[in-house]
Design a protein. Sequence first.
Lengths: 217, 87
Amino acid sequence: MEIGPQVVFRVAGLPVTNTLLVAVSISVVLIIGAALISRSFKVIPGKGQAALESVVFLVMDFIESIIPGQGRKYITFIFTILVFIFLANTCAIIPGVKNPTSDLNTTAAFGLCVFFYSHYTGIKVQGIKHYLHEYISPMPFMLPLHIIDELAKPVSHSFRLFGNILGGAIILEIVYSSTYLRWAFPVPLHFWFDLFVGTVQSIIFSALAIVFISIKR
Amino acid sequence: MDVQTIQALGPFITKALAYFGAAIAILGGLGAGIGQGLTGAEAVKAVVRQPEARGDIITVLLIADAITESTGIYALVIAIILVFVAK
């Protein structure tokens, strides 16, 4: 039984895994879909456009409730993360497709993106003197504690998503490898592990990304 | 047991100890379960006190559940590494 990403072929010595292929195809679908949908935007929205706008405004209100007044600025980053991770978590319903987020590389990449973006925002908003002063306040000996706290955030952020999705994938693989349980029994398991846990974890990931960015402001 | 049998059993002892370590590591799920049960109990109490805030309370409950689950997930990752990667 194989778990984890499997190398499919190599391009110029670099391995390409099957989770990377799924992630790239999700990105291509999102880019082409967004380009096609945004062509048909009207000033007075029809039903589909109104539904999309309500979802975007829901996320923007959530950002405003944590960082008041800056919803318009961070909505693109947060909404992209939300949609991509939602699609990446739930695409295991298609048989034969492996979750890109069951690979630690993908989740660690997202965690590092949020980490660098939050520090960049902190330096830009607070100025570098105030940003560095926060590390030695309230007492100078708290510097190692602050550094460990900052390093622990992307670790927990990425491992939470990785562990949830990989755990579900392993349980489903065990069920599929037994001769009697693989008929009709995985259907509620897919519903729980792929749809529910995937949706909740994508919302949690983007909500925590917003919280991490707001701490640094 | 003499030295030759212990040396011949070497790889099996490694795998057996790795499985045993995975069994001990998965006991970390106990903390996650207790923590999420406590958040559920407090959520029920909050809904009893103010039934019209049910939507907000359910949202906060789900967020607190997902964060409390993190340490259980760490234990699971260590157990997975021990079971599938140890030779």
